[in-house]
Design a binder for this molecule. Structure first.
Ligand code: NAG
Ligand code: NAG
Ligand code: NAG
Length: 378
């Protein structure tokens, strides 16, 4: 083969080579793990700064690149397997990575850790403001007390107060006295009294002073009253239409009132017209006269012989406690021979019928056992 022949062959070979290569190259990608991925398949990259990789075409891989912020510290480090450089914290010669828990000897700092900027980050306790703080070594917040002119109170302790308007005082969380303040009612004419919180309230009218509740009765048809707040309120009385024949208008009352007439004598409502002990007749507001019978108290009389004494309306026991055997009346504590029987009262406190037995033998029995009988209550 001559030189020209060889040259021609090489030219043809070189011209055919890309076509040949294309024909021999697969359409997908080979990953770093040695696996083959089809176009469009998601892939992972060995570079931690590349994410969301995809096989695009033959051997072509496309990824998103992570943009790192420049850390604030002087000597940032890049931790293996992560993309961006970070700062480390250093404390007492010990190196901490971001996120590591760190120690603090400040009692006000809690749950400290190494921050991304290489600085220690801690939760800082906040203390309640205090009037009289007492600092204690190793404690973040000062103890709080109340100090009232040298007198020391712990928080929650009851405290004395000279102010009559302060009630139930105690030492508050902030070292200051806390009291319930009395509320005074509003008053038109307050009168201050030493040692009392709320002023006394009175009403004033025409140079006159009236106490709360007092009736001011210059005009009987417009009675006025001193109110709690020191004001005076009045009402207007409207008189009812009265139809009675005899009437009178007393000076001190607003309205005319009825009178009762009996034997040419006039009576006011409530007055006794006929004075009968048990059935008095009384003048009524409408001018009529009515019997108002006396009602007897509902007493349990303890006798078998009640009577209504002369000049009285209600029954009484004239002989004290008594019981009866037939028509015979026996006093309590007494023994009475009735025919062949010996009788006495029994029952405690009272029984209306006597207990009787044949005399002789029974008289003796009764004398011995009488007290038990008397105590027996059926
Ligand atoms: C309480 O207050 C008095 C002055 O009123 C002061 O002399 C004293 O030291 C205080 N005590 C405390 C424990 O703070
Ligand atoms: C009283 O009588 C008058 C006239 O007879 C009448 O106008 C008035 O309404 C009556 N008042 C009452 C409270 O009944
Ligand atoms: C009624 O009569 C009795 C006895 O006669 C007398 O004591 C009493 O005061 C009289 N009462 C009145 C309201 O007249």
């Amino acid at each position: 083969m001559g030189f020209h022949q060889a040259k021609n062959c090489l030219t043809v070979f070189l011209a055919v080579l890309p076509v040949l290569c294309r024909a021999l190259t697969p359409p997908g990608c080979f990953g770093s793990d040695g696996n083959y991925y089809n176009p469009g398949d998601p892939m992972t990259s060995t570079n931690p700064c590349e994410v969301d990789c995809i096989c695009k075409g033959p051997g072509e891989i496309e990824c998103n690149k992570i943009g790192c912020e420049i850390p604030a510290c002087e000597n940032p480090i890049t931790v293996e397997g992560s993309c961006c450089p970070v700062c480390q914290c250093e404390q007492d010669g010990v190196i901490y990575n971001p996120g590591d828990a760190m120690y603090s000897d400040n009692p006000c700092e809690a749950s400290c850790f190494c921050g991304n900027d290489g600085q220690r980050v801690c939760a800082v306790m906040s203390c309640i403001p205090c009037e009289n703080p007492i600092h204690i070594d190793g404690e973040c917040c000062p103890r709080c007390i109340c100090n009232e002119s040298g007198q020391i109170y712990n928080i929650g302790d009851a405290m004395h107060s000279d102010n009559p308007c302060e009630a139930s005082c105690f030492c508050g969380n902030d070292g200051q006295r806390v009291c319930a303040m009395m509320a005074c009612l509003p008053c038109e004419n307050p009168i201050h009294v030493d040692g009392e919180c709320c002023p006394r309230c009175v009403c004033k009218q025409d140079e006159q002073i009236y106490n709360v509740g007092e009736i001011i009765d210059h005009d009987p048809c417009h009675p006025c009253q001193c109110q709690l707040d020191g004001t005076i309120t009045c009402e207007t009385i409207e008189c009812p239409n009265i139809t009675c024949r005899y009437r009178v208008h007393p000076k001190e009352s607003c309205c005319p009132i009825c009178q009762c007439m009996r034997k040419y004598k006039r009576y006011l409502p409530g007055q006794i017209v006929v004075n009968s002990t048990c059935k008095p007749q009384v003048c009524q507001p409408d001018g009529s006269i009515k019997v108002e019978p006396v009602t007897c108290p509902d007493l349990q009389l303890q006798c078998a012989d009640p009577v209504v004494p002369q000049g009285k309306c209600c029954p009484e026991c004239p002989n004290g406690n008594t019981c009866a055997y037939g028509k015979y009346i026996i006093r309590y504590g007494e023994e009475k021979v009735i025919g062949t029987k010996l009788c006495r009262c029994w029952g405690n406190p009272w029984f209306p019928n006597a207990f009787c037995t044949e005399t002789k033998v029974s008289a003796m029995l009764l004398r011995y056992y009488g007290k038990y009988l008397a105590a027996y209550n059926p």
